[in-house]
Design a protein around this ligand. Structure first.
Ligand SMILES: Cc1ncc(COP(=O)(O)O)c(C=O)c1O
Length: 392
């Protein structure tokens, strides 16, 4: 079946976080929203059918994870990522951010040091600070408009008593797919100094041609035993409202302690629709995903071409993965307030404002390209016209 990504699912008036808040958040109802990381596309037909069938059952009681769930998750990881996992390693969480927070909660004491690599998806900061831990920032190095890891600093920070490292792999907002070597170096450093690794691999399926994601825990048995891996069909298949993520924890003791925390906050019950969405998407979603990735590549090429021609002062970071494009707009303005004014008031578009990803994000914007190309084109046109209108 050929999927049609050129036509958006109408989302205004659907209680959409992205589409129904423009007036409230940006002061204008007509702002085009290309920010929060969900897509404007329908998921695979089989997933919609599974949800509809489940809705038609008409009883929405407490729900378990059946054998099909475990088969679907492990089958997907094997098929798409060559990672052979055992069913008993799989546990869950409503969302990946909840899983990150649970791990920080369960494996640290107040004041403990937790490492992140900035700029990074802003809830990484929240889950460290809101669990009363000390944030240790390992800033990524910008080299030729591409992020690299400062391993020397990481070694010193790990040696300085850090308890956990939150690893964003692939990286949001930079779109880097970390190489096997880079991940192995991170893993070795963390093992040497007793730092647990929490690998947020939610973007693992959204990888462009030419790159290959390596699951951190698949690199070696010792990495597997020292890590948590968080994934979610919700990101890959646009099901974020269904709240069903999976957490892979090969180490029995770590998994027992994670599950204790899950129970402590009573987050262990499954979402009635979430379970069906995981089973159906991981069972039938391969072809849809392959077509989606082609479409996203087209959108990325469109954006890159547009910017080179119309706004060459904007440096676009070429992502290996994710449908999020990180753009260095410091030659327009390095002031976050100015960039917001430009987007919301002058252009009528909402990209994500970079400083929310940490200090190194100041003067950057993040564009969500998971929308029909006409919408992307309209948003870029609005943005470019607003920038040009500023020039004397
Ligand atoms: C790196 C990363 N982790 C987690 C999430 C959100 O996950 P969830 O909605 O499952 O909490 C996102 C969403 O954009 C993300 O980019």
């Amino acid at each position: 079946m050929k999927y049609d990504f050129d036509h958006a699912a109408p989302r205004t008036g659907t209680y959409s976080y992205k589409w129904d808040q423009s007036e409230k958040l940006f002061g204008r109802a007509d702002v085009l929203p290309l920010w929060v990381a969900d897509m404007d596309f329908h998921p695979p037909k089989e997933v919609v059918d599974a949800i509809v069938q489940r809705a038609e059952l008409g009883v929405y009681g407490y729900t378990i994870r059946p054998q099909e769930y475990y088969d679907a998750v492990s089958g997907w990881l094997m098929r798409r990522h060559g990672w052979d996992i055992r069913h008993e390693w799989i546990t869950s969480s409503p969302g990946v951010v909840a899983a990150l927070s649970l791990v920080v909660h369960a494996f640290t004491k107040p004041g403990d040091k937790v490492i992140l690599q900035s700029p990074v998806y802003y809830p990484f900061y929240d889950v460290i600070r809101m669990n009363d831990c000390t944030l240790v920032e390992n800033p990524l190095i910008l080299n030729n408009n591409r992020y690299e890891i400062d391993f020397d600093l990481l070694e010193r920070q790990a040696a300085d008593g850090a308890k956990l490292m939150l690893l964003c792999s692939p990286h949001n907002p930079g779109g880097r797919v970390w190489t096997r070597d880079e991940l192995a170096r991170i893993g070795e450093i963390c093992l040497r100094h007793g730092v647990l690794v929490v690998a947020d691999e939610i973007h693992h399926d959204l990888v462009f041609r030419g790159s290959r994601h390596t699951p951190f825990a698949s690199i070696s048995e010792s990495f597997a035993q020292n890590s948590f891996t968080c994934i979610a069909a919700s990101k890959t298949f646009n099901l974020a409202g269904l709240q069903a993520s999976s957490v892979i924890v090969p180490n029995d003791d770590l998994r027992r302690r994670y599950n204790y925390a899950l129970k402590k906050f009573s987050l262990h019950m499954e979402s009635y629709f979430g379970v069906s969405s995981v089973i159906s998407s991981y069972t039938y979603g391969d072809e849809w995903l392959d077509q989606l990735l082609n479409y996203l590549q087209g959108n990325l090429d469109y954006l890159t071409g547009f910017m080179a021609e119309r706004l060459p002062e904007v440096r676009v970071m070429k992502p290996d993965a994710t449908y999020l494009v990180w753009m260095d707009c410091r030659d327009i303005s390095a002031d976050p307030a100015e960039l917001k004014k430009l987007m919301y008031e002058e252009a009528g578009v909402a990209f994500n404002e970079g400083s929310t990803y940490g200090e190194p994000g100041k003067g950057w914007l993040r564009v969500n390209i998971a929308c029909p190309r006409v919408l992307l084109a309209e948003a870029l046109e609005r943005f470019a016209s607003a920038v040009r209108a500023r020039k004397p």
